[in-house]
Design a protein around this ligand. Sequence first.
Ligand code: MN
Length: 363
Amino acid sequence: MELLTIGAFAKASRLSPKALRLYDALGLLAPARIDPVTGYRLYAPEQLDRARLVAWLRRLGMPLARIQHVCTLEADQADQAAQEIRAFWARVEADTAARRDLATFLIDHLSWKDPTMTVSADPLEIRYAAHSDAGRVRDGNQDTAYADAHLLAVADGCGRTGGPASRAAVDALKGLETGGIAAGSLLNLLEDAVDRARQAVEGVAGAASCGEEATGTTLTAMLWTGAQMALVHIGDSRVYLLREGRLFQITHDHTLVQSMVDEGRLTPEEAACHPQRSLLVRALGPGADGTPDMRLHDARPDDRYLLCSDGLSTVVPAAEIRQVLAESAEPDQAVRDLIALANGSGGPDNVSCVVADVMARRR
Ligand code: MN
């Protein structure tokens, strides 16, 4: 067998000799032989396939530890190696999506023109209703639903002190002055508010005795800036927007099954009936990842927003939600009809709805 020098091997694999020495040190790609006299590294031609795979995975931006794992799998479980790459790429896309949202937030805020400065547009206001119901099965209600002229919020608590946790999270967002401030300041204000919510939830959780189910809560809120809705979202409560008769889900569930759908490991249908479909990958609570999604939505007259806990979205299909939102005249009627639908489907969970209509202010 003819061994290749590191220079020849580097050329054939499109990896630099420096990279090859690093991969050797990491145990990722060891030379076939090291000359005992000269110390030169020598590689076997059969190692080229592995080296080329490493080179392409590096170009993909995959960390070395993960490449090592893919290479191990590639030897005899090629389908699992493919799955690893798919999962890695889904993660990259999720990270990019989060950065894109942040960019969009800043662009939307900075490019927005105040409609009060123009003659044609009327100032906007919101009309709202909020209600929470224990459902048909649970003894208590650990959800919190809240709406005022500046804040729409739903939080779904779990654990023994889940109820106080969801209330504390929403309370932390009340009274914020979100109108007429600069983009960076608004982001800071939201981030600080989420920090306060997290601390408040941890305070509540700390009061619970050890060995109980971990206390935590989702938090999905929209803060009205006078023309836009600043969205803060952690967990699996949702926001839907009814615009021109069409229903859009504008939040992304932070659940294990949703990330498996994103990674191509589950179909949406499989996720919908998965036994662990409510397992959260983000939440407010001790030890949980409480990173919020933050976005800014331009509001338009006649937009109707729905914030709801999973007690609604798990049992009422989106088509029925759309129909109720499209047909109810008042937010209060929509909220009551939606909760009745959830309870009509067995009401297995606490259910919370907030409905808000954007409208031109009457002068
Ligand atoms: Mn729930």
